[in-house]
Design a protein around this ligand. Structure first.
Ligand SMILES: NC(=O)c1ccc[n+]([C@@H]2O[C@H](COP(=O)([O-])OP(=O)(O)OC[C@H]3O[C@@H](n4cnc5c(N)ncnc54)[C@H](OP(=O)(O)O)[C@@H]3O)[C@@H](O)[C@H]2O)c1
Length: 238
């Protein structure tokens, strides 16, 4: 079992949704927290509830400000901050594409690169909150690419750094402010705290991949085994 109590845990995107729920659970399990997000008030609320240190930072603009504010070497890192973009690929501006890649992929990669020596020394653990969209979702091509990239990066780090545990999380639809008003109705939204519970369980037992809800793993397996069939089914049923 991976130890959580008394370890320094960095949670990105801790001011809302899944990250907030993970922070509350890790604090409940005795971790010392560094919480980051952009909204100072929402972040402060989580910091007060968890006794954590709040670091306001826009990760799409780089990770140096966050790295410079860490109170120590994190043993646990939950890469959760992320944003989505829905709509036809051709309708996205070049700047929107860059911003999504910067936040969802560049930031966790750069943070991991910088924190890996400390994580190795601590025999620590990394969690990457990707998405089931990593299998490729129509109308979310760039988002899907960032999450597939994150999943591939996590898989490589798992092999390259055996001292460090790596858990990738593939949620379906989660009930958070992430989607705005146009949330899809299928699959049914899972509460953020349920996802947080599965994330902390997965971290503790050093699971390689956690899919929430679990039945969505069928889609991920079909995608891996038969990508053309998966694309056909996805076009037909969404
Ligand atoms: N909700 C879903 O259905 C769903 C499904 C699969 C995967 N996911 C993934 O789960 C993760 C968490 O999403 P959520 O559903 O909990 O959404 P959320 O409630 O909107 O939370 C997103 C978090 O990311 C932070 N964030 C956004 N842009 C940022 C930036 N530029 N710099 C730093 N932090 C930034 C936000 O901070 P501020 O609010 O303070 O800006 C917030 O704390 C994301 O990576 C998302 O892709 C979500």
């Amino acid at each position: 079992m991976v130890k959580v109590a008394d370890r320094l845990a960095l949670v990105t995107g801790a001011s809302s949704g899944i990250g907030r729920a993970v922070a509350l659970r890790l604090a409940g399990d005795g971790a010392r927290l560094v919480l980051t997000g952009r909204d100072p008030d929402r972040l402060q609320e989580v910091a007060e509830r968890t006794g954590g240190k709040a670091v306001v930072a826009d990760l799409a603009e780089g990770v140096d400000a966050l790295l410079g504010s860490l109170p120590g070497t994190p043993a646990l890192v939950v890469h959760n901050a992320g944003a989505g973009a829905a709509g036809p690929l051709e309708d996205m501006t070049s700047a929107q594409v860059d911003a999504l890649i910067d936040l969802n992929l560049r930031a966790p990669v750069q943070l991991t690169r910088a924190l890996l020596p400390g994580l190795r020394a601590e025999r620590g653990h990394l969690v990457f909150v990707a998405s089931i969209a990593a299998v490729g979702v129509a109308g979310e091509a760039v988002y899907s690419a960032t999450k597939a990239g994150l999943r591939g990066f996590a898989d490589a780090v798992r092999v390259e750094a055996p001292e460090v545990g790596v858990t990738t999380v593939l949620p379906g639809i989660v009930d958070t402010p992430f989607h705005g008003p146009e949330r899809r109705s299928f699959p049914r939204a899972v509460p953020a705290d349920k996802v947080a519970e599965e994330i902390v369980k997965g971290l503790r037992r050093d699971a390689a991949e956690v899919v929430v809800p679990r039945w969505l793993a069928i889609g991920a397996k079909l995608h891996g085994a038969a990508p053309a069939l998966f694309a056909k089914a996805s076009r037909r049923w969404g």
